[in-house]
Design a protein around this ligand. Structure first.
Ligand SMILES: [Zn+2]
Length: 221
């Protein structure tokens, strides 16, 4: 009997959540097809939307130099303004995202690891490692890339239409690539839009790929 009551409570919750989504996916009409296509491609690590639904406090390793700390603070402020329903702050106390200036055991220039709450797709905490072997230019780009992971977004190899943080960026030459990294000082517009869409209250954590596609098609038809 107890189980039936619990099951009923779950079903009611999901039913309510879906009704809410159907009503309000109209917000997507302010985004271009390209922006929605990119978002769809980076929205999943596996089959469920993962996102934060609580305020975020970010710890920045004091080992970073002042120039990087300033850059990181500006980017975090920018992300905060894109996600009005969550507060994002920087502090060395009670943090749930850590940004560390050290190598991870994967031998990559950057990595992120995200923990979820038990039986949930809600993010509980995240750690970003940035290798001290990064050049200054690489460090800025890799920080923004890993920050997208910490907020629940992933890669796509399919997206090559414009330079982005999570797509497969194609360059005509090494020089073009170097110019892109040197002049990289803020989150590309297409990634800002993806963060906005991901944190719109109509995109619920736990939503599947199939259901997201269905909701997007319904709202755009
Ligand atoms: Zn990555």
């Amino acid at each position: 009997m107890k189980y039936k009551i619990i099951l009923f409570a779950f079903l009611s919750f999901f039913d309510f959540a879906c009704t809410q989504q159907n009503k309000s996916m109209a917000f997507l009409s302010k985004y271009s097809k390209l922006e929605i296509e990119y978002y769809q491609q980076i929205a999943f690590k596996e089959d469920k939307i993962r996102k934060w639904d609580e305020d975020i406090v970010i710890y920045i390793d004091p080992k970073f130099d002042d120039q990087f700390k300033k850059f990181a603070a500006r980017i975090i402020f920018e992300v905060d303004s894109l996600i009005p329903n969550l507060k994002i702050n920087i502090s060395d106390k009670n943090y749930n995202i850590q940004i560390l200036y050290e190598d991870n055991n994967l031998n990559t220039m950057g990595a992120a690891s995200t923990k979820l709450y038990f039986l949930s797709s809600k993010i509980k905490s995240s750690i970003i490692w940035l290798s001290p072997l990064n050049s200054k230019n690489e460090l800025r780009f890799n920080f923004c890339h890993e920050l997208m992971h910490a907020f629940g977004l992933y890669h796509t190899k399919k997206f090559q239409k414009t330079h982005s943080l999570m797509g497969y960026n194609m360059f005509k030459s090494i020089e073009d690539f170097e110019v892109f990294r040197e002049t990289f000082h803020s989150i590309p517009s297409i990634d800002k839009k993806a963060l906005e869409i991901h944190y719109n209250e109509c995109i619920e954590s736990g939503l599947s790929k199939k259901d997201l596609l269905l909701l997007i098609n319904q709202s755009l038809s």
